[in-house]
Design a protein around this ligand. Structure first.
Ligand SMILES: C[C@@](CO)(OP(=O)(O)O)[C@H](O)COP(=O)(O)OP(=O)(O)OC[C@H]1O[C@@H](n2ccc(N)nc2=O)[C@H](O)[C@@H]1O
Ligand SMILES: Nc1ncnc2c1ncn2[C@@H]1O[C@H](COP(=O)(O)OP(=O)(O)O)[C@@H](O)[C@H]1O
Length: 280
């Protein structure tokens, strides 16, 4: 039966402003989200054994219904009248609970893949509505463009003109639960005045955009992240920031050679996950 071999990219948040707390306990955000070409492999196959099976084999990532990819497949299987089973194998390359959106991207990829395999013909808008119920970042990965994301991340506006950059991702192996970060946030309102333009043309311009209201929470608990940001600047980054709820930090670079050198040197010096990737 039919099988798809797909890539689910990671994201970084060039900007994350927390605008306030909503009555449902979630926070209203204003983010600039950028995909990068560090990807999980997601292999989806249909078969005639009823049910959904997800295998990942990565520590900290559940197999079965605990996996957000399982829930994505389940949401679409319930809309189909076909008596099929779905097998999903995930080869995890994106660090887990790292602020890189790996689970959300896997879920978005499964929504798009299963939509094709089951001939459901659901629009991207419909997939995004289903996706936001699984995770706030899922719609962004269906949108497939650099975006200004508002609400909890579901109100997406394309940022049409953004530079292609090299991004060095560094993760010191610290897993940060997103819920803990939001719970420990001290709200301020100052960031709402910052104007986000629709167009940026260089690493230096994007560097002016870099800001993350969640950074003080995670960096306060793990001060090594401030050292990592400084190392990236020292290695030639135009700017450095923590992504999402962390603990991955990233530096932005115009030139591949400098980005690759920075990634290699940080990996060699510290033994941490450190990789140079391109924006998508
Ligand atoms: C911070 C961001 C930025 O892109 O991504 P990550 O860094 O986790 O990848 C997102 O806001 C991650 O949103 P989402 O993927 O929905 O987070 P979840 O892990 O499902 O949320 C865990 C908990 O965080 C809180 N939460 C989440 C999102 C939000 N806008 N406000 C919140 O207060 C809620 O209490 C929620 O129950
Ligand atoms: N397919 C998946 N990939 C990664 N994590 C998953 C997945 N499904 C469920 N999870 C759970 O979701 C949590 C958040 O994972 P992840 O999406 O990698 O982090 P983040 O929200 O920081 O981007 C993990 O702790 C993990 O237990």
């Amino acid at each position: 039966m039919a099988k798809l071999h797909l890539l689910a990219p990671a994201k970084v948040n060039y900007r994350l402003d927390v605008l306030g707390k909503r009555p449902d306990g979630y926070h209203d955000l204003r983010m600039v989200m950028q995909r990068v070409d560090l990807c999980d492999e997601v292999i989806i196959s249909l078969n005639d054994v009823p049910g959904i099976r997800v295998t990942c084999g990565k520590k900290g990532v559940p197999d079965g219904p605990g996996n957000i990819a399982w829930r994505a497949a389940d949401a679409l299987l319930q809309l189909s009248d076909k008596a099929v089973g779905i097998d999903i194998a995930i080869n995890k390359r994106i660090p887990v609970a790292a602020g890189l959106g790996g689970g959300s991207s896997d879920a978005a990829t499964v929504l798009m893949g299963v939509n094709d395999l089951l001939d459901l013909n659901l629009s991207d808008e419909r997939l995004m509505e289903i996706g936001v119920k699984l995770g706030a970042d899922v719609p962004f990965f269906i949108f497939k463009k650099t975006a200004l994301a508002e609400g909890v991340g579901e109100k997406l506006t394309a940022m049409e003109s953004m530079p292609a950059l090299w991004v060095v991702l560094v993760n010191p192996g610290i897993h940060v639960p997103t819920a803990w970060v939001y719970q420990n946030l001290r709200l301020t309102t100052k960031q709402a005045d910052f104007i986000i333009r629709g167009s940026y043309s260089s690493a230096a311009e994007v560097a002016e955009l870099l800001s993350n209201d969640l950074e003080p929470v995670t960096c306060g608990k793990h001060p090594v992240l401030n050292e990592l940001k400084a190392m990236l600047l020292e290695a030639g980054a135009a700017g450095s920031l923590m992504s999402g709820s962390g603990a991955t930090v990233f530096g932005i670079f115009e030139e591949e050679a400098i980005a690759q050198k920075a990634a290699t040197e940080i990996a060699a010096a510290q033994g941490w996950f450190s990789v140079a990737v391109k924006t998508i």
